[in-house]
Design a protein around this ligand. Sequence first.
Ligand code: HEC
Length: 184
Amino acid sequence: MASLWEGIGHIEARCAMIRLVARRWVIIIALSSLWVACVGDSAPSSLPAEVKPYRSVADVQETMLWILEPATDVIWDSAGAVITAEGEKDLSPTTDAGWENVRSHAAVVAESGNLLMLPGRSRGPAWDAYAQALIIAGEVAMAAADAKDADALFDAGGQLYGVCRACHTQFHITPKQPWEEARP
Ligand code: HEC
């Protein structure tokens, strides 16, 4: 008999130990999942959808006037030729720095396409299609500048002009500047 009670006592002691160990595991698992939840919370991917990390500074008109048009002008002013009193003058860059300047501004043109697609600026799928065409035309101009290819840059300028024109036509915009008539 005594040995049976001893045996039962022994089993109870073991069960108590297992319960203790189990409880400790529950606490560890609970704490670690809390930690994961906390770390996860600080990761940008779990930001609530309404919290935007970017903040637009210019409206569409200002984006045109201050970012896109000045950059496009550098491309247009570096392609083709003009007739002056001294005769025809080739506008193509003549130095590495000149070509790099064109490439930098072509990159601004390309990235402007992304700026135009940001919420608050985008006016829907047709708008976004023109913005994407702007990215492509900007990239074509970048490649032309990288290759120092004057003819390719002239073509890129024309492609770019077509994109500006198409979006302005669709959205019934008549820029007040004379650039529409004066350009290629
Ligand atoms: C995705 C459409 C879109 C594309 C592409 C686009 N524009 Fe515009 N542009 C607009 C809109 C919309 C306005 C009118 C903005 C306003 O007045 O609110 C505008 C206005 C302008 C203005 C007039 C700003 C003023 O009020 O004086 C100029 C200049 C201009 N764009 C230049 C360009 C040039 C250069 C390109 C091409 C390199 C271009 N835009 C491409 C949509 C576009």
